[in-house]
Design a protein around this ligand. Structure first.
Ligand SMILES: [Zn+2]
Length: 138
């Protein structure tokens, strides 16, 4: 799920979340929100290399961490890779991993119903389900 956001609205979101909108942060935020599709930090770095060639991977990680902490993006550790992926969709949602392409597809949280008994037994603060498989051809 990618969004089309102007630089102005990206800056507005950063400021509203209490994040100082430096050029680097705006660029990383823009990439995760508008360009990348569940990118890893390495993918963010590869894209940033065009605009900020001196930005180190450590700085990319730091910037991503700031954005995650400010709840502007989310991070997921998924079992199909040992890398963390960053997600512009901050609503609770699930993922479908297309095993043919490796692409992660967002699934609305409504698509998977929890058994109500679980909610009686546990106080659930977050639900994230990863479905894997292939797309059926129509
Ligand atoms: Zn997602």
């Amino acid at each position: 799920m990618k969004a089309k956001l102007t630089t102005k609205s990206l800056i507005g979101r950063l400021e509203a979340a209490g994040v100082q909108p430096t050029a680097q942060r705006i660029a990383v935020f823009q990439y995760v929100m508008c360009e990348g599709d569940h990118p890893t930090a390495e993918a963010v770095k590869a894209w940033m290399d065009e605009y900020f060639p001196k930005m180190s991977l450590a700085t990319v990680y730091n910037t991503l961490r700031i954005l995650v902490k400010a709840k502007l993006i989310r991070e997921f550790k998924l079992p199909h890779t040992d890398k963390v992926v960053y997600d512009c969709n901050i609503k609770e949602h699930h993922h479908f991993l297309d095993e043919d392409t490796g692409k992660l597809i967002d699934l609305d949280s409504e698509t998977i119903k929890l058994n109500p008994r679980l909610k009686r037994k546990y106080r659930i603060t977050e639900t994230h389900v990863l479905l894997r498989g292939t797309r059926r051809s129509e």
